[in-house]
Design a protein around this ligand. Sequence first.
Ligand SMILES: [Zn+2]
Ligand SMILES: [Zn+2]
Length: 443
Amino acid sequence: MIKSRLFLPLILFVFAFNANAQSLDAMIERDLPSMLATYKTLHAAPELSHREEKTAAFVAGELRKLGFTVAERIGKFQNAQWTGYGLVGVLKNGPGPTVLVRTELDALPVEEKTGVPYASQVKTKNDAGVEVSVMHACGHDIHMTSFLGTAKLLTELKDRWSGTLIMLGQPAEETGDGANAMLRDSLYTNFPRPDFAIALHDKPELETGKVGYTPGYAMASATSIDIKIRGVGGHGSMPEATKDPVVVAAQVVTALQTIVSRENSPLDPAVVTVGSIHGGTRYNIIPDEVNLQLTVRAYKEEVRRKVLASIERIVKGVAATAGIPEDRAPIVKVSEGTGPTYNDPQLIERLAGVFKRALGEENVVKLDPIMASEDFGYFSLDQKIPATLFWLGASEPAKVKAWRETGAPLPGLHSALFAPVPEPTLRTGVKAMTSAVLELMKK
Ligand SMILES: [Zn+2]
Ligand SMILES: [Zn+2]
């Protein structure tokens, strides 16, 4: 008797939970054909960073149709010629927390070679006036489609949550300046400041149908550095009359390798990569200068600062050792970079529990951090607002298996061959993101 009295509410609870889970699945299946159409439309019409005009207008229009109050053209860039195509959709639904969901809007100057029927044919001129092909090679089209699918489900499920939902479309993620441009444009004073900020990013190295999460530092900060090594040029046959910047540059590249290997703690990840080296015009001329471009990655700000100081010291030291006069010392220019992505551990663990219930324990995996970077972290205001980004698996499971076991090629992000499997990826993205918001705003 006692047993059955306890048992009945349990059955009802389990039944109710399953019914809810099932209804979410049913709603997603119902919407999948239109989501696929949206995805293919977005995929075929990519726009470069700082030029996301049509993409932003489309996303804003869709949010408006769903009943969001939408503001457009948010974002102030340092280059005043660029328009900020950021957008914010707000849906107020009673008291409770404010949750921000972010998608990116931009694509990359990559010529698509996937061969899918909806492949991009888009060509445009870049800032330098050079014609480039454009492709959603980072999957931001998957993100936008999941974002809109999530927005739709949440408007239909308003009786299950309470609070303020902010759906934010961010421009210029690939150039690392879009999030800051929106914050600089009074994002958190013109619109409600969030209690939580969440985003997803597709991941080719993870099977479609799965999500991944990384508590704490998940992605590194990225800093771009330009180095101009100045020498004294002359005839290639008379090195004694010159100060050869090519040799100095070669020594600099080698000497820089000691920063991570000898100066930095092995427990603090850091990367120094020289990605570009240009100097000289022909065989027998010692040039006046050589230009290098570097990227520096780190999680901790103190590590980043130390690495930057070491670069400057080494570059100037090598040049001085070569006898380059002080007035021709190298010029080291550090550009505005991107901060690290720090996943609030409490928030991501909470969401991981939700994902396990929604997608099954086996479809939620903890992943190692990576040294790639992303500007989503800025929305946390230096970790003052709990924020987290989770990974969305995007590749055929058999291909991921072959890549892991035999090293078979698996096109990664930014590859001309990156082709996420749309249906299961969108299904999982919408389910995970919707479940996450419902958890954070549950009644
Ligand atoms: Zn990217
Ligand atoms: Zn991306």
